[in-house]
Write a protein that binds this ligand. Structure first.
Ligand SMILES: Nc1ncnc2c1ncn2[C@@H]1O[C@H](COP(=O)(O)OP(=O)(O)OP(=O)(O)O)[C@@H](O)[C@H]1O
Ligand SMILES: [Mg+2]
Length: 181
């Protein structure tokens, strides 16, 4: 989907973030708590970019988010399938992983432009950088980083680019999982 095909209120590429947040995630439970806090605020149609190097915790975050949204089955990493679909009570959720893409147009060739940003679904996208600028801009970016205590320590930077993204960020802050700025 091109930016021009997206509804007016959705974010544009390169637009500055409307709000920023920071979360310290000393262990996996803290990452799960962040996902738990965001889940109730997540709106159908939202796009979340999950960024961070290999093993940073993108799939762990997605798994916790799915659990918090009521999914009880096994959450597989989509590294090899490229996308996993979940039929949840509130919306469908597409969990993408573009790690294996070597060309920016591969997500289009795979037909994913039909899915990403659809108003009835949430899209979680790991390795969105691999799809380049053609990908619709996100409502929220969660950027996971290793901390010095590399075995379990992570931190996350959250950037909200739309009102639905800000709602997620505010929910995380209200739960004490994140601080603004
Ligand atoms: N604070 C933490 N938050 C999330 N995961 C953590 C944390 N501490 C340790 N881990 C571990 O780090 C690993 C994260 O793996 P995960 O598959 O989620 O990473 P990923 O970012 O999706 O990697 P990839 O780029 O390969 O898809 C898991 O083994 C998880 O148990
Ligand atoms: Mg992953």
């Amino acid at each position: 989907m091109t930016d021009s095909a997206r509804p007016e209120h959705l974010p544009r590429h390169g637009a500055p973030a409307l709000a920023l947040g920071h979360a310290e995630l000393p262990d996996e439970a803290a990452t799960a708590a962040l996902a738990d806090a965001i889940a109730p605020a997540l709106a159908a149609g939202s796009i979340i970019f999950l960024c961070g190097e290999l093993g940073a915790g993108k799939t762990s975050f997605a798994r916790s988010l799915l659990r918090a949204l009521g999914y009880q089955g096994r959450v597989k990493s989509p590294t090899f399938t490229l996308v996993e679909l979940y039929n949840l009570s509130r919306f469908e959720l597409y969990h993408f992983d573009f790690y294996r893409f070597t060309h920016e147009e591969e997500w289009l060739n795979a037909g994913f432009d039909e899915l990403i940003g659809s108003s009835a679904a949430v899209s979680l996208i790991e390795w969105p950088e691999r799809a380049g600028e053609g990908l619709p801009a996100p409502d929220l970016t969660v950027r996971l980083r290793y901390r010095d205590d590399r075995s379990t320590g992570r931190s996350a930077q959250l950037e909200a680019f739309s009102a639905p993204g800000v709602a997620c960020l505010n929910a995380a802050c209200a739960a004490g999982c994140c601080s603004l700025g």
